[in-house]
Structure formats: structure tokens, C-alpha cells
Write a protein that binds this ligand. Structure first.
Ligand code: NAD
Length: 329
């Protein structure tokens, strides 16, 4: 029996629901590892635990050296959907599938994007402080504004971008969509306006909400030149990945009044350094990369990750959750 067991390395951030699915199987052996493990220690752990048949990753990087340490690897899974920390080409070369958690956290991230737009529009942080500080009489100097009738540009129209667009439509906003890989017809069918030229459309948007992956093409997409094309009254929201916005350029635009504000769940370096210049600005709201890790999303992601890994090991892969489904032949 023991010889047929498959050994999986699972990061501690796996949810209870995920553990339950693994624990219900007597052909699976689990080794837990810390989400904070260093690259060198992770490779060592994989080697020590050989044969390892699967890995479920939180934020841990996974690439060639880790694959070298694990010749028996059958499946790599992310307890999430972003995979910029995984070397997909290296996995594909070895015919190892990379599984992601599908739509498990999409509604959660879309909610966070809308929450950031509302928090900025309603000046929630400043008005909360104003009341507490006994400055009631100054309140008309800090007027909130409505999302109703405003224009939002959604960049990236996948699982999260489509849901963000829907939530913005519920606020009766005009929704523009920039996604070079989604057809104009699909975008129109969702009641949004497709745009093909990012630079040309930026001056129209009151909000820009980022929902594209971090790739060589999107890294630095919002640099000084692009931010300069936005209206001085506009807000930039990033719940996608740090590095898609050039933080120094964002800071310059915010302090010089060329941009009204920003909502950031993700940063160039995570955790960001203490005393980061952006954090001192009153028109910036920040969160510690938690958009996709609500309580419910964690449960859904854990369960989906377990189902994804078991499906591969059982020879019936959930192909729509595979980033490199071609490895299944
Ligand atoms: P997805 O793959 O379903 O959608 C991404 C969309 O971006 C696709 O439609 C793709 O065509 C589009 N795209 C690719 N390159 C583009 C470009 N240059 N310009 C515009 N659009 C482009 O992914 P998803 O599930 O919607 O997730 C999107 C991203 O959100 C993930 O890659 C991840 O980095 C991030 N994310 C963050 C959190 C968080 O906690 N903050 C949680 C989940 C996901």
C-alpha cells in the first residue's frame, strides 16, 4: 500500500477544506511546508522528501532548480491564480502541468477593486478621521463623489476583470475594456465598450482598474508616460500584481497633482519597505495583497487546489484549470 502512495508537499496556507479532501484519501501522503521557506531550503526539502509527486504553492517560487530536485513531479499547483512566480516553460518541457484555482478568488478580487473605488470616491479614510478629530465643520471641504455616471477602464477582461466590470455596471458606471486577447464582440456582449488603443483611451477614464497578469508585456505598463495620459482627476487601482505600475512614477504623479489617487493591494516588493513614500500620501489607500484571500476565497481555493492535484494524479485532469493543458497531449 505504502509503495503506491503519492507524496505531496503542501504549503501551510492550504485551507481546511483542502486538507479534508487530501485526508479523505489513503493513497496520499502530505508534507507541510512554510509559505516563507527560502528558495534554497525549498529545493533541499524537495530533495530530502524524494520521491515527491506534487507541490501546492502559495507565494513560493518554482522553476528549474526545484524541478531538478524532484524528478518524480507529476503536478504543480498554485493555491491562487497568478503564476508569475512559476516557470511555466520549464514545467512544460518536463510535461508537468501547472494547475491554478480557476474562479475561486475572482469575485473576492473584483469586490476589492470596487471597494477601493468606493473608498476613494467617498473619501472614507479622510472623513472617518475628520469626525473622530472633531473637525465636523470642515466637512464640506472634503466632498465625496459618486461612481454613478463615471467611466472606468478595466485592463484585462478575464475571470476577475469581467466580474469587476459587472460590479461597476451595477454602480451605473460606463465600462471601457482594454484586453488585446479578448474579442470586441465578447466585450460588447458583456455590455462594455471595447478599446484597442490604451494610450488613446486613458484620457477618458475616471478610474483605471488593473486585472491583467504580470508578464514581460505588462511589467511597467503604467509608467510615467502612461500615467501622464490619465486625467488629473482620475484614480488608478491595482489588485493585479506589483510592478505593472511603476511606483516611483505613480508617486510623482500623485504629489504633483497629475493624478487624484490610487488604491493598491499589490506592490513592486512584497512586503513593501517600511516608510514607503506612497504610504504617506492621503490620496492612496493600501492593502497587504489580500484581495484574493478572503475567508471564503481561501476555502474555495484550498478545495479547488486539492481537486486540481488529485484530478491529475487520478489521470482525469481538470483541463480548464491547467495553464499548460497541452502537456496532457
Ligand atoms: P485571467 O487569466 O482570467 O485574466 C487575465 C486577462 O488579462 C486575460 O483576459 C488576458 O487576455 C488579459 N491580458 C493579458 N495581457 C494583457 C495586456 N497586455 N493588456 C490587457 N490585458 C491583458 O486571470 P484572472 O483570474 O482574471 O487574474 C488576473 C490577475 O489578477 C492574475 O494574473 C493575478 O496576477 C491577479 N490576482 C491578484 C490577486 C490578489 O490577491 N491581489 C488575486 C488573484 C489574482
Amino acid at each position: 500500500m505504502a509503495t503506491n502512495k503519492k507524496k505531496l508537499l503542501i504549503t501551510e496556507s492550504m485551507s481546511q477544506l483542502g486538507w479534508e479532501l487530501f485526508n479523505a484519501r489513503d493513497d496520499i501522503e502530505i508534507v507541510e511546508f512554510s509559505n516563507l521557506i527560502s528558495a534554497a531550503d525549498f529545493s533541499k526539502l524537495i530533495e530530502e522528501q524524494a520521491p515527491v509527486h506534487g507541490v501546492a504553492l502559495g507565494a513560493t517560487r518554482f522553476g528549474e532548480p526545484e524541478l531538478e530536485a524532484s524528478r518524480d513531479m507529476k503536478v504543480v499547483a498554485r493555491i491562487g491564480v497568478g503564476y508569475d512566480a512559476v516557470d511555466v516553460a520549464a514545467l512544460s518541457k518536463r510535461k508537468v502541468p501547472l494547475m491554478i484555482a480557476g474562479t475561486a478568488n475572482s469575485p473576492s478580487v473584483a469586490e476589492q477593486a470596487l471597494f477601493m473605488m468606493l473608498t476613494l470616491a467617498k473619501r472614507a479614510v479622510e472623513l472617518h478621521a475628520l469626525v473622530k478629530d472633531g473637525k465636523w465643520s470642515t466637512r464640506l471641504g472634503l466632498l465625496p463623489f459618486d461612481l454613478f455616471g463615471k467611466t472606468v477602464l478595466v485592463v484585462g477582461f478575464g475571470r476577475i476583470g469581467t466580474r469587476t466590470a459587472k460590479r461597476c455596471q451595477a454602480m451605473e458606471m460606463n465600462v471601457l475594456v482594454y484586453d488585446p486577447y479578448v474579442s470586441a464582440d465578447t466585450i460588447k456582449a458583456a455590455g462594455c465598450e471595447p478599446v484597442s488603443d490604451l494610450d488613446a483611451v486613458l484620457p477618458r477614464a475616471d478610474f483605471v482598474s488593473l486585472h491583467c497578469p504580470k508578464t514581460p508585456e505588462t511589467t511597467g505598463l503604467f509608467n510615467a508616460a502612461r500615467i501622464a495620459r490619465m486625467k488629473p482627476s482620475a484614480y488608478l487601482i491595482n489588485t493585479a500584481r506589483g510592478g505593472i505600475i511603476v511606483e516611483a512614477a505613480l508617486h510623482d504623479a500623485l504629489v504633483s497633482g497629475k493624478l487624484a489617487g490610487a488604491g493598491l493591494d499589490v506592490f513592486e516588493a512584497e512586503p513593501p519597505p517600511l516608510g514607503h513614500a506612497l504610504f504617506e500620501l492621503p490620496n492612496v489607500i493600501i492593502a497587504p495583497h489580500v484581495a484574493g484571500v478572503t475567508r471564503e476565497a481561501l476555502d474555495r481555493m484550498g478545495a479547488q487546489t486539492a481537486r486540481n492535484m488529485l484530478s491529475v494524479l487520478d489521470g482525469e485532469p481538470i483541463k480548464q484549470n491547467a495553464v499548460n493543458a497541452d502537456v496532457f497531449g
